[in-house]
Ligand binder design. Sequence first.
Ligand SMILES: [Zn+2]
Length: 53
Amino acid sequence: MEAQLEAALDAWNDLSPTPLRECPVCGKVGLPERIQQHKCTIQFLEEENSGIQ
Ligand SMILES: [Zn+2]
């Protein structure tokens, strides 16, 4: 029954209303909240470089 398949797809869409976001710096993909709070590996590298100099 196609009607049941459509209902299942609608239910799946309801479970994932928030689109995943990709960090423009390191490319990490996850929830927008996670991406805003995560620490980029590139930032760590910059800190290490500044510490060496
Ligand atoms: Zn990042």
